[in-house]
Design a protein around this ligand. Structure first.
Ligand code: FAD
Length: 288
């Protein structure tokens, strides 16, 4: 089933992101996380693709296959292209197809200073066109409410996003953000640019201080005063900080759903406890 179709039947789609276990842990360790996430009835679960695009690492495909065939939940397999040739991407697509995976989140991937990018795919839109040309997949893309970190202007960023949609992206998942107004302004810009596909809001519950610093340095999300006040108030009390992070995420979701957001994509960080507390707090809102 195409992820985009879910938006035709539900007023608010609710989905999760998980990542493959570390290379030192067996892939089966994901089962305990998925056992718990399954009980929360997400509409789909996305699985990240190892940073750097290591093709020998088949774990995204394996986990997406487990989600589909063992848990009977629709998976969305992430795939990056910046470090891959067309031939290598074809091989990955072949494996995804063999495992019955129909939905791909097509990404460029981050450019590492230690690894010069390969030249077959410059942008995610190139990967999207390539996947559509191969056939047999529904494709989603990433979007950035506050603009992608490399882009000089929000207007250009949205025009590039439009190229992804024109290339065949049927659904968009947003980067995390802590200021809902930035998301509302972004959706408005996207609609003005003629982007009509469903846009899901990416919500990251921040549950420890290290995570905040890492996230902000990587993706450049701005931190509204309300957020920094809460985080600095509890920074030396891990349990209170976790509870405050969960409460902040719930508050964001309540506001988003009241403003008719089409979907919430929860970055679970493979933490079912946090996902459960959030899901249980908002489940009646999502069904209403
Ligand atoms: P693009 O859409 O190609 O955009 C990248 C930059 O290029 C932007 O600044 C854009 O404005 C610009 N651009 C695009 N097209 C053009 C053009 N035609 N001309 C000039 N400039 C252009 N990374 C991983 O490694 N693994 C993951 O699993 C993963 N999952 C993610 C999930 C989500 C929801 C998000 C938001 C990000 C994820 N990322 C992941 C991070 C992502 O790979 C990086 O943000 C990356 O830097 C950009 O990827 P993109 O697909 O958005 O690239």
């Amino acid at each position: 089933m195409s992820i985009a179709q879910l938006f035709e039947t539900k007023s608010t789609v609710f989905s999760f992101e998980v990542f493959p276990p570390k290379r030192t842990s067996p892939i089966e360790t994901i089962y305990s996380t998925l056992d718990e996430l399954q009980e929360l009835h997400p509409d789909f679960i996305s699985v990240t693709y190892g940073a750097g695009g290591n093709l020998a690492d088949n774990s995204t495909c394996e986990i997406a296959s487990i989600i589909k065939n063992h848990y009977h939940i629709e998976p969305l397999a992430h795939l990056t292209c910046v470090n891959s040739t067309e031939q290598e991407i074809k091989e990955v697509l072949g494996r995804l197809k063999q495992n019955g995976i129909e939905n791909i989140l097509a990404l460029r991937g981050d450019i590492s200073p230690d690894r010069p990018p390969k030249t077959d795919f410059a942008h995610a839109s190139d990967l999207i066109s390539f996947i559509k040309k191969q056939g047999g997949f529904h494709v989603s893309g990433a979007c950035y409410p506050e603009g992608h970190i490399e882009c000089d202007s929000l207007v250009d960023d949205v025009l590039h996003l439009r190229q992804k949609v024109d290339a065949g992206a049927e659904h968009l998942v947003s980067q995390l953000f802590f200021d809902n107004d930035s998301f509302y302004r972004f959706v408005e810009r996207a609609r003005i640019a003629g982007i009509q596909v469903p846009i899901e809001a990416g919500i990251m519950p921040v549950v420890n201080k290290k995570q905040i610093e890492r996230m902000v340095s990587l993706c450049g999300a701005s931190l509204p005063p309300k957020f920094t006040k809460v985080m600095s108030r509890y920074e030396h009390n891990p349990q209170a900080l976790r509870d405050a992070g969960i409460a902040y995420a719930i508050d964001q979701i309540v506001d988003l759903v009241s403003n008719n957001v089409q979907g919430i994509h929860l970055y679970t960080m493979n933490n079912p406890y946090v996902a459960r507390r959030i899901s249980e707090s908002v489940s009646s809102l999502l069904r209403a």
